[in-house]
Design a protein around this ligand. Structure first.
Ligand SMILES: NC(=O)c1ccc[n+]([C@@H]2O[C@H](COP(=O)([O-])OP(=O)(O)OC[C@H]3O[C@@H](n4cnc5c(N)ncnc54)[C@H](O)[C@@H]3O)[C@@H](O)[C@H]2O)c1
Length: 316
């Protein structure tokens, strides 16, 4: 039996708890949240123990810990889990600033710990298919978008709590851009400065330069009452690829093909891969902490550039 501890019991923790409980021989054993009622609500149907804090969680017999707190709350939990030498799953975004994330990354490296971050899009079969199609091709243009509403959590529209829509949400698209088109070397962005709520930009537009010569754009807005779309388009000579959580569309000289995708499969796969690695059964962790740090660096650079209009050099 693999026993998992959860730090944070909100929306995404509930999702991980549901998936983990559906995997064979995995048990959500203990839960902590600064809102004890939230921990209790998650724990009760699973028969998990509710504990007052991370120290108490680490006093339980757990084999791995998920940190599912909002962006502003990262740091103390990760350091405690690292100190305990346990495998660590962290939800994105991994922090609000680069310094805190770099410290966590260094501490992980020092201890040689197993980690994973919730960039589950990398487990989509359609993303693998897009990568195969693009292999050996010269990518020319990348256009990413996250066009959505403000999610219904109080901290989200506050810049100092969430980092804003690029860091909090569009990071999934930036991670996919890196995965499919390679590293970004510089970004220049603009924000429209009019928040739909709180103090975040209602819209952001960015221009990206890639190491391989490709150019790209990222567009984000949170002023809609619904999720319009979130995904990435990639263009190479004679090839157009459109990929998202819900499907892949490919067009080339032979015409257009579409493959549907169920987002749930990747949400299950990311947890299954982490647990398999914890058990030493299989190594298929696609975004360990250090890799997420690279995407986070890029997202922070886009957000910073949107604030002051200055180009940011993000060469690795
Ligand atoms: N990978 C994905 O697809 C995905 C999906 C949803 C959310 N997320 C990410 O997960 C994170 C959390 O999102 P959410 O929707 O669950 O938010 P949420 O507000 O629903 O839940 C966060 C929970 O963390 C608790 N919390 C806050 N500070 C804490 C601390 N120091 N210690 C313990 N608990 C603490 C809160 O009380 C709350 O219950 C966000 O960064 C979000 O971007 C990722």
């Amino acid at each position: 039996m693999t026993r998992v501890g959860l730090v944070g019991a909100g929306g995404v923790a509930q999702r991980h708890a549901r998936v983990l409980s559906s995997l064979p021989d995995v048990q959500v054993a203990a839960v902590t949240d600064v809102v004890p009622d939230a921990a209790a609500a998650l724990a009760a149907p699973l028969g998990a123990r509710v504990v007052p804090d991370v120290a108490a969680l680490l006093g339980e017999p757990v084999d791995a810990v998920y940190v599912c707190v909002p962006p502003f709350a990262h740091g103390p939990a990760e350091h405690a889990v690292i100190e305990a030498g346990l495998p660590l799953f962290v939800e994105k975004p991994i922090s609000l600033d680069i310094g805190a994330a770099q410290e966590i990354s260094d501490a992980i490296d020092e201890r040689g710990l197993l980690t994973a971050v919730g960039h589950h899009w990398r487990y989509l079969a359609v993303v693998e298919q897009a990568r195969t199609l693009l292999a050996g091709r010269e990518v020319r243009l990348v256009t990413g978008a996250w066009l959505d509403k403000v999610p219904p959590v109080g901290w989200w529209p506050l810049r100092e709590k969430s980092g804003g829509p690029i860091v909090e949400q569009a990071a999934h698209v930036l991670d996919l851009a890196r995965h499919l088109a390679g590293e970004v070397t510089s970004v220049t962005a603009a924000g429209n400065g009019t928040p739909p709520a709180g103090d975040i930009d209602g819209a952001t537009a960015a221009v990206l330069r890639f190491a391989n010569g490709a150019v790209g754009t990222l567009a984000a807005t949170c002023v809609l009452g619904w999720k319009e779309r979130a995904g990435l388009e990639i263009y190479a000579d004679g090839l157009a690829v459109r990929v998202s959580e819900t499907g892949l569309t490919v067009r080339d000289a032979d015409g257009e093909r579409t493959v549907d995708s169920d987002p749930e499969t990747a949400r299950v796969a990311v947890d299954r891969a982490f647990i398999a690695a914890v058990r030493g059964e299989e190594q298929d962790i696609r975004v360990p902490y250090a890799e997420a740090l690279r995407t986070h660096t890029l997202a922070l650079a886009v957000a910073a550039s949107a604030s002051d209009g200055e180009t940011r050099d993000v060469r690795p």
